[in-house]
Design a protein around this ligand. Structure first.
Ligand code: PLP
Ligand code: COI
Length: 356
């Protein structure tokens, strides 16, 4: 395994003063992890260095053709003062899935876990301890080769930065309002929807802007071909409780394979529930609502945690779910997930990785 060189900052930054009022992703810790890739040499020169702007050639290919992938994970400070990661292996396995789709060279998953552990340990004082705060960790890879022809780059940087953060949605655990997008599409099978790559998010901005104008937090995407089947929300997967059934859109080649989604399915199954991963049409959801069977809708994501949906708008139809309040199942999953992440209960073997 390659060595990770550490160069500590000589000018530590002031940490955010009010941990109870930490906006998501606005402050960055003192250090970052950087590793380079050069064709013929592979990944090399792993280092933890003071957080600083990057020097990039203006012809760097990531700036022109979007050859970029990223991940999102968190470090949690437990009541005992320890620091936990949640299923970091899953993040780096998924990063390699994204890498493959974007023609970026694969990384060694175990090495990435070592890198993130070491970075979080160096910046351990940046892991906040106020309730519902964590150190959001953003690993990403950019194509750095200067070249204006369209082709996979021959040089890359793998970087990890950390941002002490509060809840992603200003609503916290209060239900969010979601708008079903009927004009724009996010992804199609064979496209890049399964990858976590910046372009997916860039192409979602116009729809999000429209939703915000109407007072909604994000959009719920439908499939890109028939605009009929539910896919996912901008930053989370989506679940429905329809009568006695718990269901979520199946992994169909165009949605992101969420780690929170996968974890919540495992938790529910271990408790004896069945979760149906299947095609769910928006008409079915409306029909369930009309029959009074749309009991709960909630999103799952690293940043979003478990996020109940209180209002779902489709065209002119505004559906209020569970009286706009958090439902029993959403609350149960939120409690279980956060209890595991913050070390209050033991999760399945290997889910929690202690940093220090
Ligand atoms: N879907 C999208 C588009 C996302 O950006 C995210 C967040 O990462 C998710 C789903 C949820 O994935 P995870 O639970 O792995 O964070
Ligand atoms: C995450 O949940 O980690 C994400 O990457 C979502 C992001 C778009 C904020």
């Amino acid at each position: 395994m390659s060595q990770i060189r550490v160069e500590l900052t000589k000018a530590p930054k002031q940490k955010p003063q009010d941990e109870n009022n930490l906006p998501f992703g606005c402050f960055y810790s003192d250090h970052m992890f950087v590793m380079d890739y050069t064709e013929g040499q592979g990944w090399h020169d792993a280092r933890i260095v003071p957080y600083a702007p990057l020097a990039l050639d203006p012809a760097a290919m990531c700036l022109h053709y979007g050859q970029e992938v990223f991940e999102g994970m968190k470090a949690y400070r437990t009541a005992e003062g320890k620091i936990n990661l949640f299923r970091p292996d899953e993040n780096f396995k998924r990063l390699n899935v994204s890498n493959q789709r974007l023609c970026i060279p694969a990384l060694d998953v175990d090495f990435c876990i070592e890198a993130v552990k070491k970075l979080v340990e160096v910046d351990k004082d940046w892991v906040p301890s106020a309730p519902n705060t964590s150190l959001y960790i953003r690993p990403f890879i950019i194509a750095t080769e200067p070249h204006l022809g369209v082709k996979p780059a021959s040089e890359y940087k793998f970087i990890i930065i950390c941002a002490p953060s509060g809840p992603y949605y200003k609503e916290g655990l209060n239900p969010v309002k979601i708008y079903v997008e009927e004009n724009y599409v996010r992804a199609v099978k064979g496209g890049t929807g399964v990858a976590k790559t910046g372009g997916n998010y860039a192409s979602s901005l116009a729809a999000d802007a429209e939703a915000h104008k109407q007072g909604y937090s994000q959009v719920l995407w439908l499939d890109g071909i028939e605009k009929k089947y539910i896919e996912e929300v901008g930053a989370m997967n989506i679940f429905f409780k329809i009568g006695d059934e718990i269901c979520t859109p199946m992994l169909n080649g165009s949605i992101l394979s969420g780690i929170t989604r996968k974890s919540m399915i495992a938790v529910l199954e271990s408790e004896g529930y069945t979760v149906n991963e299947r095609r769910i049409s928006i008409e079915e959801v409306i029909a369930a609502y009309e029959k009074g069977q749309l009991d709960e809708v909630f999103g799952t994501g690293t940043a979003a945690v478990i996020s109940p949906v209180g209002t779902l708008k489709v065209g002119e139809k505004v559906m209020t779910i569970n009286g706009g309040k958090i439902g029993k199942l959403s609350q149960h999953l939120y409690d279980t997930l956060t209890d595991i992440q913050w070390g209050r209960i033991a999760g399945p073997k290997g889910w929690v990785v202690e940093v220090c």
